[in-house]
Design a protein around this ligand. Structure first.
Ligand SMILES: [Zn+2]
Length: 592
């Protein structure tokens, strides 16, 4: 048996790390391409008939080339900073990459607006012809979204004003949080460090962290209410001028899904929540308390003691993948062999894990710190799922490879599910099994309750914000109301300042940074149910589904590959049933 290395090989992408000459040359070429695109778009005249498509075709080709290059550079730089947080030179590349990205975005806005100017009939014939036909969905989508906006001059003005009047509030938030200090047991901690203590096995430690964090946030609430009110105010003004009445328009468009689908999902979840009430009560009992507090929900009920070396973890993953899809197993094996994974536990690395793609080299890299625990095996499987998703898309035009947040977690959750289920099945004793199952159920609770509370809060907050500034006291109230509803009253203590402490409410790039998580989880669960039902023959269907994730709405995707209607509750209930199976197994185990 072969021994896989714990460190990755980045030299096959660009040789020499942040001092790479190859990278320097590549970046210069990209810069030239962006300059060339700027010139071409500026002189581009919207075609009056299909005979005049040459220029537009050239622009589209160049656009795809630049996206490939920018992604390649961005991925490489993020690998460099992740493997060594002290790599200063990597930060310089990062800045350069961002600058090119901004130039590219601007020129694309201009190009989109010119596409709007094309006569509808000419447009309809144009996109039936190559090279546009194969990226028809994306072309239509871009033009459609551009149509919903104001004319170029007004949009440019708003974009320029947004730098200091909108995004700056998000940066201000980050800055203020970065300066906050929390004192626990005489120790001065950052917010991040204090929040880590909320994961503690000891309730007294969790409680101390929660109480002190509440104190710290309470001292700053007036400032955070300013940042939130202003960034949402800017957002609502923008919507008003564009004539967008529904605050969900932007996030739904971005996720290529309908409001009907969103409602079908939440309604089904709400219906199933009662099944989780006994679980919440049981968990409180297992933790030796009356009722769970907000900080108890994700607390571990014990420790899984079984560990696997990196090699054992890798072999386990490959073996489990092969039961569902030999192609996926082969891919994972190749990733281990070719050293596409950085898993070593050493100082100086960034925390967390990610998977990033190099569309030009047609390779991916996975970053994580492997500890040998069941959760790190699950993380490794999760990231390999992302990598496989990219792998099956490699030969598609790059514009068709861009999938939204709600389907981005499809392949990863699917891969993680395979491995987590197998781990439960081969658990050595009941205690181990209980811990692993509880971890799975607790994940469902996070998606169905915690994420739901964020969605409910944001929805009611925006309604009130439309009428004027929402006070700090009111924000606290709205937050607790949302949590009570989402957790169906199962908690003894809620988190009123969650609207301030959760970064996601303060992100300006993507509003409603919540429901796509739950969508992704349940969508993937539905696919997993299908895979269990069909067996190994599902492999090619699964690949075909993944390949379409970047070129259709989620409703079309589900209809085409799963034969289901996402706007109806059936699909969601099937997925929820699968979650309930874990819940029931857990409850049966603790009842005995
Ligand atoms: Zn992921």
């Amino acid at each position: 048996m072969e021994t896989y290395e714990l460190t990755w090989d980045l030299d096959t992408i660009f040789e020499g790390g942040s001092r790479s000459e190859q990278l320097k040359t590549y970046l210069h070429t990209t810069e030239d391409h962006v300059t060339q695109l700027e010139k071409q778009v500026q002189s581009f005249l919207p075609p009056k008939n299909t005979d005049q498509k040459e220029e537009m075709a050239e622009i589209v080709d160049l656009t795809q080339l630049i996206i490939k290059e920018l992604t390649e550079i961005g991925a490489f730089v993020s690998c460099l900073t992740a493997q060594d947080v002290e790599d200063k030179k990597a930060n310089l590349w990062q800045a350069k990459r961002s600058e090119l990205g901004a130039r590219f975005d601007n020129v694309m806005t201009e190009f989109d607006q010119k596409m709007v100017q094309i006569d509808n009939d000419v447009w309809k014939s144009l996109i039936q012809e190559p090279p546009f036909s194969e990226i028809k969905f994306i072309m239509e989508e871009r033009r459609h979204l551009a149509k919903d906006k104001l004319e170029l001059r007004q949009e440019s003005l708003m974009n320029d004003l947004a730098v200091d009047g909108y995004h700056a509030w998000g940066h201000m938030y980050d800055l203020m949080v970065g300066k906050m200090k929390v004192t626990i047991d005489g120790e001065t901690l950052s917010v991040g460090q204090a929040s880590n203590r909320l994961d503690s096995h000891k309730r007294s430690e969790r409680k101390a962290a929660f109480d002190q964090l509440q104190e710290a946030w309470k001292g700053q609430l007036d400032l955070f209410s300013e940042t939130l009110n202003h960034l949402s105010g800017f957002r609502l003004q923008t919507y008003k001028h564009r004539g967008w009445g529904n605050v969900l328009k932007e996030p739904l468009d971005y996720n290529r899904m309908s409001e009907k689908t969103l409602n079908a999902m939440w309604d089904s979840i709400t219906e199933y929540k009662q099944h989780y009430v006994p679980f919440m009560e049981k968990k409180a009992e297992l933790l030796g308390i009356d009722k769970l507090s907000f900080y108890d929900v994700e607390a571990p009920i014990g420790e899984a003691t079984q560990t696997m070396s990196f090699q054992e973890g890798a072999d386990f993953i490959v073996q489990q993948f092969s039961k569902f899809s030999p192609k996926m197993a082969d891919f994972a094996e190749m990733a281990f062999e070719k050293r596409w994974i950085e898993a070593e536990d050493r100082p100086g690395k960034q925390p967390g894990g990610f998977c990033t793609s190099f569309p030009d080299s047609q390779e991916t890299r996975i970053f994580m710190t492997y500890s040998g625990s069941p959760s790190s095996v699950a993380t490794l499987a999760h990231e390999l799922g992302h990598a496989y998703h990219q792998h099956v898309m490699n030969d598609l035009p790059i514009l068709n490879q861009g999938y939204a947040m709600n389907v981005a977690e499809t392949a990863s959750t699917f891969a993680e599910m395979i491995v987590a289920d197998a781990a439960v099945k081969q658990a050595e004793d009941e205690q181990e099994k209980m811990v692993l199952l509880e971890d799975k159920v607790q994940r469902s609770v996070a998606f169905f309750m915690n994420i739901h509370s964020r969605f409910l809060f944001e929805t009611s907050f925006y309604e009130e914000r439309k009428k004027g500034v929402v006070t700090t006291e009111r924000l606290n109230e709205l937050m607790v109301e949302a949590q009570k509803e989402a957790y169906v009253g199962t908690l003894g203590e809620y988190d009123p300042t969650f609207w301030a402490s959760k970064l996601h409410f303060h992100i300006t790039d993507v509003p409603f940074y919540n429901f796509p998580y739950t969508f992704g989880y349940l969508f993937s669960m539905g696919i997993y149910a299908k895979a269990l039902e069909i067996g190994p023959e599902f492999e090619d269907q699964y690949i075909a589904l993944l390949q379409d994730t970047g070129r259709m709405t989620v409703e079309d995707l589900a209809k085409k590959h799963l034969g289901v209607d996402l706007e109806e509750p059936d699909f969601w209930k099937h997925a929820l049933d699968l979650c309930l199976a874990d819940l029931n197994e857990f409850m049966a185990l603790v009842q005995t």
